[in-house]
Write a new protein. Structure first.
Length: 122
């Protein structure tokens, strides 16, 4: 019985080590930025790859994003207006932000610019 209990604890411990946050999981890929609808990487999710410099295809998360993880090796300029207009927020390479509210950018992103394409190489 003791051997079974120890084996069970070891199994639980191994699963807890493998658990990663959504932002950490997103950073595993190196060619995209991921937006989430809610703070702390919760709710609807949108991955945008850096196939071109300018992207305006946030879809349902346009003006709805509240957190992000920039997995790319490129800095990314986020804009509050279409076609790279309005207020700008800079996301450093390989960075994340669990709450856009603290910098006044919550539910604001409409377009973005990848500074480096391709963006999956350091």
């Amino acid at each position: 019985m003791k051997k079974l209990a120890v084996a069970g604890l070891a199994l639980v411990a191994s699963f807890s080590v493998l658990t990663v946050s959504p932002a950490e999981a997103s950073l595993a890929s190196r060619d995209l930025i991921t937006f989430w609808e809610h703070d702390d990487y919760q709710g609807a999710r949108k991955d945008i790859t850096c196939s071109t410099h300018q992207r305006d295809d946030l879809g349902a998360l346009e003006n709805q994003a509240s957190s992000m993880a920039n997995a790319s090796y490129s800095g990314i300029d986020l804009y509050s207006g279409d076609n790279l207009t309005g207020v700008r927020y800079y996301a450093k390479p390989r960075s994340n932000d669990s709450d856009f509210t603290n910098n006044g950018f919550d539910n604001t992103v409409e377009s973005l610019w990848f500074r480096e394409v391709p963006c999956d190489v350091a």
